[in-house]
Design a protein around this ligand. Sequence first.
Ligand SMILES: [Mg+2]
Length: 186
Amino acid sequence: MTKTTIALDVDGVLADFNTRMRHVMAEEYGFLDPNTLKIVQWDFNHAYGLTKAEEKHLMSRIFDSNDHFPPMPGAIEGVQGLVERGHDIIITTARKDPANTQEWLELNGLDFITPYHIDLEEAPEFDYLLDDSPKKIGKLRGNIKKQAFLFDSRQNEDCTDIFNQWIRVFGWDGFLDHLDTTGYGS
Ligand SMILES: [Mg+2]
């Protein structure tokens, strides 16, 4: 088996950002039921009519704690599956606070992952990327040696792959199945 390096995004791939966001929005803006909040895009100014300052405040609140910040369904088992196949795992995230990310990894038993909490400018090369953001896939284009996978989400479902940059996968099971059936990562 050829050893490969797989880069994983945090929010929307490992960590359930939307659940944390709903919790914070409910606290900040007083929704009775956080589940009524629709999260349809990343541009929160546009989606909710927030000012830039309000958006900045919201983002800092989301990352000030790991309370109500569960893993994505299947993420923990998925990472374990990749590790068992002998792959190296790194993290590529645009998050600003390494300490919060490190705490999240520890809380979820994933702190064995090579701690590349990185500035994207400093990202190394890797074979595969699993990310839910087309913007980040584009940004990391020069770092991806083999293939990017777009983790399907409500926020990216209408995005069009004009450069054939990614393969869309549905959940962790979909990603792992894809690796198995295509021979990627083996
Ligand atoms: Mg993400």
